[in-house]
Design a binder for this molecule. Structure first.
Ligand code: ATP
Ligand code: MG
Length: 388
């Protein structure tokens, strides 16, 4: 069928034509936004799950929902090599500029001065003026060099200024597992202070399944955070993720074609989009029939092997590949690190550094003490298909 109208969108962070199965998170977020506008600040949202399950897309939807309510938004991403201080600082510039209207009051000018001092704390060469003379403002003071002190101050002043405008500040952080432990600790402390004093700010963090544990190690009160496990779709949701985008184009799926793609995808959103796309391209017309689905899944699998999986496999060294192979065939559900070491003919101590490297690269995580699992669904099958 016509590739131009193909409604499926495999790819990191690409907004699906139908975002299914995430209503309860979106509802909770909507409640949190409204509560914050009325003066009650809820705990941070933590969206965690496997690669390709839809965390970024969901985080982006939270952003849009906050945006629709005219909130100030800062969206950043861990793992880019920049510090949390710099990421937040640079992320603040645009929303502050947008709120910068002549009618703004003292609180807003104070927020600008604070943000400007925060900028100075990591960038001595650059400065912000926002086209205003801020010299009369109290110094700003978010430049002590202590991240916790400075971040607290800037988040407080900016969110209170947003509150004056009847909205709030939303701070969204993707790939949060890649922030340093001390940065995560600082975020936990700042968000705790925000909830205690009801600053109108909401935090949403997205990351790999290791994120809740990393946060718990950072600070004990993170237990009260609003954890959302972003999971693969239920059978009904998976069918909707396939049929709704087609319906919008006036195209139907036959039951057996639909069942075939749902089963092959394991109900993982990324795979649904990939197989949906290839099946559409292979189909002769509506309703989409089983042979098109079979061909689509075969081509889609090849695309995943060459892209989604390959990109991760190619980032590993020979020794790391050996470790990953030793995790098969049980790596998708979890396997003891002792068993992996034994399979490699090494001691658990000798394999510790390899395991740590793979966790750092985001390929595996430890769901429990002494257990390792792939962060990418279907990785075990992929590895068993590889010769190198
Ligand atoms: N709820 C959903 N319904 C349908 N498709 C979805 C849904 N969520 C995500 N997708 C699709 O799945 C793919 C992956 O989404 P996304 O990039 O958000 O995953 P992720 O969890 O952030 O992955 P990673 O850990 O690799 O960053 C995209 O093609 C997106 O369109
Ligand atoms: Mg993502």
């Amino acid at each position: 069928m016509d590739r131009v109208t193909n409604p499926y969108v495999p790819g990191a962070g690409r907004k699906p034509s139908a975002l299914v199965g995430r209503d309860s998170t979106l509802k909770s977020w909507d409640v949190a936004l409204r509560r914050a506008e009325r003066g009650t600040t809820d705990q941070p949202f933590v969206l965690y799950g496997l690669r390709g399950v839809g965390k970024t897309v969901l985080l982006t939807q939270l952003r849009h929902d906050a945006d629709k309510r005219d909130w100030m938004i800062v969206q950043i991403e861990g793992g880019t090599g920049r510090s949390l201080r710099e990421l937040v600082g640079e992320g603040l510039y645009e929303p502050l500029s947008e709120l910068n209207k002549p009618s703004r009051g003292r609180r807003f000018l104070k927020a600008l001065a604070t943000a400007t001092s925060f900028k100075a704390s990591y960038d001595s060469a650059g400065t912000w003026t926002f086209g205003l003379d801020l010299s009369g403002e109290a110094s700003g003071g978010a430049d002590s060099g202590v991240l916790e002190t400075d971040l607290k101050k800037v988040i407080r002043d900016v969110s209170l200024a947003a509150g004056d405008a009847g909205v709030g500040l939303a701070l969204l952080i993707d790939e949060a597992q890649d922030l340093s432990p001390s940065e995560l600790t600082t975020l936990a402390v700042v968000s705790q202070a925000a909830a205690q004093d009801n600053w109108p700010v909401l935090f949403a963090l997205a990351g790999l399944p290791s994120l809740p544990q990393t946060l718990a190690e950072a600070k004990s009160y993170t237990e009260r955070f609003h954890f959302e496990h972003v999971e693969r779709l239920t059978p009904d949701e998976a069918r909707q993720a396939i049929t709704l985008p087609a319906e919008a184009e006036g195209v139907e799926w036959s039951d057996d074609a639909l069942g075939y793609v749902v089963k092959a995808s394991g109900r993982y959103p990324y795979f649904i989009q990939q197989f949906g796309q290839e099946t559409w391209n292979a189909a002769d017309g509506s309703p989409i029939a089983l042979p098109a689905a079979e061909l689509g899944v075969a081509i889609g699998q090849q695309q995943l092997d060459n892209g989604f999986f390959r990109a991760r496999w190619d980032r590993t060294t020979t020794t790391e590949k050996r470790y990953l192979r030793a995790m098969c065939p049980h790596g998708d559900s979890g396997v003891g690190s002792g068993a992996v070491a034994a399979k490699m003919g090494k001691s658990i101590n000798a394999t510790g550094p390899i395991r740590a490297k793979l966790i750092h690269k985001g390929l595996i995580y430890a769901p429990d003490h002494g257990v390792v699992t792939f962060t990418v669904p279907g990785m075990a099958d992929f590895i068993e298909r590889q010769l190198d």
